[in-house]
Design a protein around this ligand. Structure first.
Ligand SMILES: Cc1cc2nc3c(=O)[nH]c(=O)nc-3n(C[C@H](O)[C@H](O)[C@H](O)COP(=O)(O)OP(=O)(O)OC[C@H]3O[C@@H](n4cnc5c(N)ncnc54)[C@H](O)[C@@H]3O)c2cc1C
Length: 406
C-alpha cells in the first residue's frame, strides 16, 4: 500500500580520517558541513551526532526568524540570515516553508517603548524594515489583542518587523543534511564524540563511541553541550550557562494570529502554526540545568500570559509541551572563533535561544573560516577573546522588557 521509504541521505562507514570533523548534527553543524562541500569543495567532512540529527535545539525550537536585533554587531548577521532563507530554499531545492508573516514585539510601559524606539532606529540604520506602532495599530495587526487598560500590563505600543516570521525547522535540518550528504559529507548518527586529542597545540584526532578519527580540524557545534565538550575534552572554559527553555502548542484553532507576537512584560511569545495550533514559548528557566523536562509552572504561566494578551484564548487547551537547552553567554551573543586557543579548533556555539534565525548564513561563514583559516569580518566581533577584553555586546531577547538604561 505504501511506497518504499526513501532515505534522504545514505549511511556511510566511519572512516579513520577526515579533513574536518563537526561535533553536532544540529543547525550550525549541518549548515557548515553543507557550505564546506558546496562552496569550498571540502567534501571529506564528517558530521558526528550522538543521537539523531535535529535532536538538540534544531528540532525543538519555535522556528521564529527575525533580523531586528539590538546591537551593531548582531544586526548585519541577522539581516543577512533573514534574507538568506528564500535563497537557501532554492539552493537546497527543498521547501523550507518560510512564511514571512511579520513579528510584533509589544511594549507595556513608556520606558519599554523608548527602548524599542532605539532598537527600531538601529535596525533602520542597517536597512532593516522595523517600525514603531501605537496600540491601535497593534490591534489592527492582531485583532485578538486586548488594548484596553484592563490587563495587568496594558499595551503602550510595539515594534513591528514585517519581513520576520517562521521557517519550518525540521525542513531546514533535513534539507541541509540531504544537501550535504549529496555532495559527499558523511553524517554519522548515534555516534558520540568522547574526546579530542591535541599535539603541540594542534588538533590531531577525535575519539568517538565508534572509533578514533584523525583530523586537523574540529568544529564544536554541540549546542547545549558545547561548553561541556570544550571543558571536558580540551580544558577550555567557555562563558556559557546552560538553561532550559520550554515551549508548547494548543489544539488547532481557526486562523486568529497572523503575526508572531511577543511581550517582554508577560515573558511570552506566540504564533499560529500552519496547522492552526498556537505555538508559544517563554523566557528560560532561571537556574542553570541540563533537563529537557517541562514543568507545570510554565504551562500555567503561558496560559495566564496568553489569555491576558488575547482573552479569546481562555479555555483553549495545550496539547503538547517540550523543552530544550539554551547555551547562553553573558552578552546573549554567540561565540564564533577558530584556531584559538588551539590550531584547528573551531567554535560555533553560545547561541542561547536565538540560534535558528541566522543558522544557515552562519554556516556559510563558518565554512569560509574553516576552509581558509581566515575569520570573515562579519564574525570577528563574536570571538571568544571579547570576554577577556571586556567587549561584551548588549543583545536582548524578545521576551524581556527593557528600558533604554539596560
Ligand atoms: C524551546 C526552544 C525554542 C526556541 N525557539 C527559537 C526560535 O524561535 N528562534 C531561534 O532563532 N532560536 C530558537 N531556539 C534556539 C535554537 O534552537 C538554538 O539556538 C539552535 O538550535 C542552536 O543550534 P546548534 O546547531 O548550535 O545546536 P543544536 O541544534 O542543539 O545541535 C547540537 C547537536 O550536538 C549534538 N551533540 C552534543 N554533544 C555531542 C557529542 N559529544 N557528540 C556528538 N554530538 C553531540 C546534540 O545531540 C545536538 O543534536 C529555541 C530553542 C528551544 C530549546
Amino acid at each position: 500500500m505504501f511506497g518504499k521509504f526513501k532515505r534522504l541521505w545514505a549511511k556511510q562507514p566511519l572512516k579513520k580520517s577526515y579533513d574536518a570533523v563537526i561535533i553536532g548534527g544540529g543547525l550550525h553543524g549541518l549548515a557548515t558541513a553543507f557550505f564546506l562541500a558546496r562552496n569550498y569543495a571540502m567534501t571529506d567532512v564528517a558530521v558526528i551526532e550522538k543521537r539523531y540529527i535535529g535532536y538538540g535545539g534544531a528540532g525543538r525550537n519555535t522556528a521564529i526568524v527575525r533580523a531586528n536585533q539590538r546591537t551593531q554587531e548582531n544586526l548585519p548577521l541577522y539581516k543577512e540570515g533573514l534574507d538568506f532563507w528564500p535563497i537557501l530554499t532554492k539552493e537546497l531545492d527543498f521547501n523550507l516553508m518560510f512564511y514571512n508573516c511579520g513579528n510584533l514585539n509589544l511594549a507595556h510601559s513608556e520606558a519599554a517603548l523608548k527602548a524599542l524606539r532605539l532598537q527600531v532606529t538601529s535596525a533602520q540604520f542597517h536597512g532593516i524594515n522595523s517600525q514603531l506602532v501605537d496600540p491601535k495599530e497593534c490591534k489592527a495587526l492582531i485583532p485578538a489583542l486586548d488594548i484596553s487598560d484592563r490587563p495587568t500590563y496594558p499595551i503602550f505600543g510595539g515594534m513591528y518587523h514585517p519581513p520576520g516570521g517562521i521557517v519550518r525547522h525540521d525542513a531546514v535540518v533535513w534539507g541541509l543534511a540531504k544537501g550535504a550528504a549529496k555532495l559527499g559529507v558523511h553524517i554519522h548518527q548515534q555516534t558520540e564524540v568522547t574526546g579530542i586529542e591535541v599535539e603541540n597545540q594542534k588538533i590531531v584526532s577525535v575519539d568517538t563511541s565508534n572509533g578514533k578519527i584523525s583530523t586537523p580540524r574540529v568544529l564544536n557545534a554541540a549546542g547545549g553541550y558545547s561548553a561541556a565538550v570544550s571543558y571536558h575534552m580540551l580544558g577550555i572554559r567557555l562563558p556559557i550557562s546552560v538553561l532550559t527553555i520550554q515551549a508548547m502548542v494548543t489544539h488547532p484553532l481557526k486562523p486568529l494570529l497572523n503575526h508572531v507576537v511577543s511581550s517582554g512584560a508577560y515573558h511570552v511569545y506566540a504564533n499560529q502554526t500552519l496547522k492552526g495550533e498556537i505555538a508559544t514559548g517563554s523566557h528560560m528557566d532561571p537556574w542553570p540545568n541540563y533537563t529537557t523536562q517541562t514543568s507545570a509552572y510554565y504551562i500555567k504561566h503561558q496560559a495566564e500570559a496568553l489569555t491576558k494578551l488575547m482573552p479569546c484564548l481562555k479555555g483553549v487547551k495545550f496539547m503538547r509541551s517540550w523543552a530544550g537547552l539554551a547555551d547562553m553567554t553573558p552578552d546573549m551573543a554567540p561565540i564564533m572563533d577558530g584556531n584559538y586557543p588551539l590550531e584547528g579548533y573551531y567554535m560555533d556555539c553560545g547561541w542561547g535561544y536565538f540560534g535558528f534565525k541566522s543558522s544557515a548564513v552562519t554556516g556559510k561563514y563558518m565554512a569560509q573560516f574553516m576552509a581558509t583559516g581566515e575569520c570573515p569580518d562579519i564574525l570577528k566581533p563574536f570571538e571568544l577573546r571579547r570576554f577577556e577584553h571586556h567587549r561584551l555586546m548588549g543583545e536582548t531577547p524578545a521576551v524581556v522588557e527593557y528600558s533604554p538604561n539596560n
